[in-house]
Design a protein around this ligand. Sequence first.
Ligand SMILES: Nc1ncnc2c1ncn2[C@@H]1O[C@H](COP(=O)(O)OP(=O)(O)O)[C@@H](O)[C@H]1O
Ligand SMILES: [Mg+2]
Length: 232
Amino acid sequence: MEYADVRSPHVRARTGATTPAVIAAALRLSAVRCRHGRLIAVDGVDLTLAPGEHLAITGTNGSGKSTLLRAVLGLHRETTGVIEVAGRQARGTADWRRRRAEVAWIPQRQGAGRFPLLVKELLDSGGHLDEAIAAAERLGVAGLLDRTLGTLSGGQLQRAYLARALGQVAAGAELVLADEPTAALDFAGQEQVAEVLAGLAAAVVVVTHDRVVAAACGRVAEMAAGRLREVR
Ligand SMILES: Nc1ncnc2c1ncn2[C@@H]1O[C@H](COP(=O)(O)OP(=O)(O)O)[C@@H](O)[C@H]1O
Ligand SMILES: [Mg+2]
């Protein structure tokens, strides 16, 4: 499926678009199935997300939401089906590396890592440090750049990951995958993050149990036993 390219010329140039008239879907999934050994965690998911469209995915624990997002990034090996980002399927290692660079990801388990990582190193890992620091300033975590992740509160850590993602979007990433990005935040924090996500021109898939976040998305789908059903 193709869409009229309504992006500004400088964004098109930055993303290397050569045909200004039409662009591919931000994300296209066809018959995606993921196993964890004998367990089928994602069971035949089809989805097309237009550029700039925002989709919330809700659903019970263990229904396959995180596995699905991880599959888009190539972090889940036991995956079959078609997963295209901006019209491209990843095949080899270099493609997957590119995929992880072009998609902004906020993981559910925001680990402090195996070795002590500084906040500024986390921000830098998105590839766009200056933009991420600017986002960290807006989110009130720019004062924590020299702290290790292990010393942050859950809410501060979540904001640091969000800042990394916002930095990637500011630098041209057109797809954001956010896995329960407000789970560790207080109500004011949830509202702030919902507003920040809603304001993004990029396409967004956000896994959330947060009504404010879901309400701000144009589309809502529910995941149950590995299947995705659109509800709004
Ligand atoms: N590393 C793993 N090894 C085995 N099973 C897993 C693993 N990760 C997740 N699962 C299982 O896959 C299913 C989907 O998990 P997940 O995608 O994390 O669900 P959700 O994000 O919707 O809570 C669950 O039954 C879960 O127990
Ligand atoms: Mg999950």
